[in-house]
Design a binder for this molecule. Structure first.
Ligand code: BGP
Length: 477
């Protein structure tokens, strides 16, 4: 028993982390263009420091990134060489609509993505497109204050209508919002949210979440209307919470931490807010504006599949002493170090079985096909004198996760549409802005300071993944 016959093997990237060309061919300014490298990055991402334009004192990694904008043919050829069946990428909203809601789209932006999709088709690679991957037009933040304003729904749908119409027949798989739950953790990066003095953060966050959820549902309906062949997915930053101990308080805490994340997918998959979400909002003193029309939209816009990123499981405790040992990994999530697991250099703990646990939980909850659209290992790579790059740690991480996925499919019987590992080509890290935190099978010659030729080269893992795809996952060695 192995992976399904039409399993979609591939890799995933995001526009701002690879395209560069931030101000080229009419592209407008977006949140990700003003999120700097260095110590201020997290503060800006979280909305603690306000940054609405670039300044001289900071460097902005998204400006050039790995310049996929000018290298896409070469990069796609390398993906094809590995045998990719699918490539997950995102659209830069401001490349299509420079101000976020322009009446006339930017022809150069439309053309760029058409060229990319056509190139993919040439290589028989199915595009999987994230409509919004941490990317809010600055002009809409100035105009509306980002997703806390209901008018963002119409602006987003304007973008969606253009995409679904322009790329009809070229793209079939769409995700509405990348890691939609990130809105609660990195509000500026996730949803273009800046808080005004005295504003209640919970109220703002849940209002914005409500708007994104309505926008997502309406986009799903629209996509199905424009082309019934379209398949739409939600996208969650997943990773099961484990209780640190069997103390019922820890168990209950872990259960609730998970629920906070499922808040979004519960609505996107089931078409309505779960009972507990209203109670939770009441506890927080939050009131959302959910009209009859909104409820209908949520009901009519449920997703076709559940996609998610999985890097690690999370562990939580109610014991103050244990809580002091905060996990360094993915610092946006509250978690303590799990003593049973090893970690990457960035403190992200490695838990392949956690992927199986997460898949089973999501399938039990929604009974819809799953799609793992991000999983991978950020590490420092060394280029040898002869130019080769040996990355057994990356192969080991992915092999173990693919074994767990194989069990999920074969032993547990869960339908999984595909697997797009994160960052098949080195790109800018979303959390740290670094180049040094590399995920790729393809090395890009560029360092944290922006120096390098941007030349591409194949790591050992490149050949390994090629064998994996060739054997449809039978050969994971
Ligand atoms: C997810 C994001 C990606 C990606 C990945 C790895 O949260 O969807 O954009 O970057 O994490 O994280 P990082 O780049 O911080 O290592």
């Amino acid at each position: 028993m192995n992976f399904p016959k039409d399993f979609l093997w591939g890799g995933a990237t995001a526009a701002n982390q690879c395209e560069g060309a931030w101000d080229v061919d009419g592209k407008g300014l977006s949140t990700v263009d003003v999120i700097p490298f260095g110590p201020d990055r997290m503060k800006v991402s979280r909305g603690i420091i306000e940054m609405m334009e670039c300044d001289e004192d900071h460097a902005y990694p998204a400006h050039e990134a790995i310049d996929f904008y000018h290298h896409y043919r070469e990069d796609i050829a390398l993906f094809a060489e590995m045998g990719f069946k699918t490539y997950r990428m995102s659209i830069s909203w401001t490349r299509i609509l420079p101000n976020g809601d322009d009446d006339i789209p930017n022809a150069k932006g439309i053309e760029f993505y058409r060229n990319v999709f056509t190139e993919l088709k040439k290589h028989n690679i199915e595009p999987l497109v994230t409509i919004n991957h941490f990317d809010t037009p600055i002009a809409l933040i100035r105009k509306y204050g980002g997703w806390k304003d209901r008018r963002m729904i119409d602006a987003f749908l304007k973008l969606c209508r253009i995409l679904f119409t322009e790329y009809k027949g070229l793209v079939r798989y769409w995700l509405t919002f990348n890691e939609i739950n990130m809105l609660l953790h990195m509000p500026f990066m996730g949803a273009g949210i800046l808080y005004k003095e005295g504003e209640d953060k919970n109220q703002v966050n849940y209002t914005a979440a409500n708007h994104e959820l309505i926008a997502s549902a309406k986009a799903v309906k629209l996509a199905h209307e424009i082309d019934p062949e379209n398949k739409l997915g939600c996208m969650l930053a997943a990773g099961q919470y484990y209780p640190y101990s069997c103390d019922p308080d820890d168990v209950w805490e872990a259960f609730n931490m998970d629920r906070d994340n499922y808040f979004f997918t519960d609505v996107q998959a089931r078409g309505k807010y779960p009972v507990w979400a209203f109670r939770r909002m009441e506890e927080l003193g939050v009131k959302i504006d959910l009209t009859e029309e909104d409820r209908k939209a949520l009901e009519e816009g449920t997703v076709d599949f559940i996609s998610f990123s999985y890097y690690c499981s999370r562990c939580i405790s109610t014991d103050e002493e244990v809580l002091k040992n905060h996990s360094r990994g993915n610092a946006v999530f509250k978690a303590v170090v799990n003593p049973y697991l090893k970690a990457s250099d960035w403190g992200w703990q490695i838990d392949p079985l956690g992927l199986r646990v997460t898949c089973n939980t999501l399938y039990d909850r929604y009974e819809k096909p799953l799609f793992i659209v991000e999983n991978g290992f950020g590490a420092v790579d060394v280029v040898e004198e002869d130019g080769s790059i040996h990355d057994p740690y990356r192969i080991d991480y992915m092999k173990k996760h693919l074994e767990a996925l194989r069990d999920t499919i074969n032993v547990d019987g869960i339908p999984v549409l595909g697997y797009t590992m994160w960052g098949p080509i080195d790109l800018v890290s979303a959390s740290t802005g670094e180049m040094k935190k590399r995920y790729g099978f393809i090395y890009v010659d560029k360092d944290n300071e922006g120096r390098g030729t941007l030349n591409r080269s194949r790591k050992d893992s490149f050949y390994w993944y090629k064998r994996v795809i060739e054997s449809n996952g039978e050969n994971l060695d």
